[in-house]
Design a protein around this ligand. Structure first.
Ligand SMILES: *[C@@H]1O[C@H](CO)[C@@H](O)[C@H](O)[C@H]1NC(C)=O
Ligand SMILES: *[C@@H]1O[C@H](CO)[C@@H](O)[C@H](O)[C@H]1NC(C)=O
Length: 228
């Protein structure tokens, strides 16, 4: 409850409440992405999205061991992916301990990034709009019939990023922050855990967004200063 209130205060965008889907055909079908029949592009769901902690190659990482923090399955920042990953790892080194992790390890703030080309677009105006067993909003929008509004896209990004944060489960005490970028709709959403929300306030979120826009794609990633 407190979490919800803080989240609402932090991110006063569209935090919609959805009812649970009762139609079993809307349940998660086991595909992390669907392939666009015309372009061959992957259209991502957050469900079973690769986790940079261990799905190295599916996340576009060159690493073969250790923990990592960026997942770039469409290779949007392929040449900088390791630089961004290192900058994210340094946030942990350089911030103070918040809690213990599952193996008793000290955890400080954890910031991870997911970059995708295309995001699955659900229909938020359908009278049957609901949330399925994997947290996907259903049904999918028929984009031939209409385009999603910018506000709807924000809500879709928010749902994806929040679900990804709980799926990746990187922070043991809400000390985690997930930055999601979707290239085709050019949207960023920052999902902030409860503990991190005392630090990553609204204005920091805007700073992250603008830093991200101006620097990530071209020049690597400098979040460290924001998270001292
Ligand atoms: C963070 O810590 C590392 C050493 O662990 C150091 O090399 C780096 O300069 C620090 N970064 C910032 C922004 O302070
Ligand atoms: C999507 O919308 C278009 C235009 O309204 C319609 O012709 C088409 O049949 C719809 N597709 C589906 C799968 O409902």
């Amino acid at each position: 409850m407190l979490f919800q209130i803080l989240l609402l205060a932090l991110l006063p965008s569209l935090t919609l409440q959805y009812s649970t889907c009762t139609d079993a055909s809307l349940d998660y079908q086991g595909y992390t992405y669907n392939v666009d029949a015309d372009t061959g592009e992957k259209i991502w769901s957050h469900c079973k999205f690769p986790n940079p902690k261990f799905d190295y190659s599916r996340c576009g990482l060159t690493a073969t061991d250790g923990h990592h923090w960026v997942c770039d399955p469409d290779y949007l920042i392929s040449s900088q992916v390791d630089v961004v990953d290192l900058a994210l790892a340094m946030i942990q080194t350089n911030t103070s301990t918040q809690c213990s992790g599952p193996d008793g390890e000290d955890q400080s703030y954890i910031v991870a990034v997911a970059l995708i080309n295309r995001i699955r677009i659900p229909d938020l105006q359908d009278s049957t709009t609901c949330i399925n067993d994997c947290g996907e909003i259903q049904p999918t929008l028929n984009t031939t019939a209409r385009s999603a509004t910018s506000g709807e896209l924000d809500a879709i990004m928010e749902n994806f990023a929040d679900q990804l944060r709980s799926g990746w489960a990187l922070g043991s005490c809400g000390n985690d922050v997930i930055i999601l970028y979707a290239q085709d709709i050019d949207k960023i959403h920052v999902s902030v855990g409860y503990k991190a929300s005392t630090l990553v306030t609204d204005s920091v979120v805007s700073k992250i967004e603008s830093t991200f826009r101006t620097r990530t794609i071209r020049a690597g990633f400098k979040l460290n200063g924001l998270l001292k």
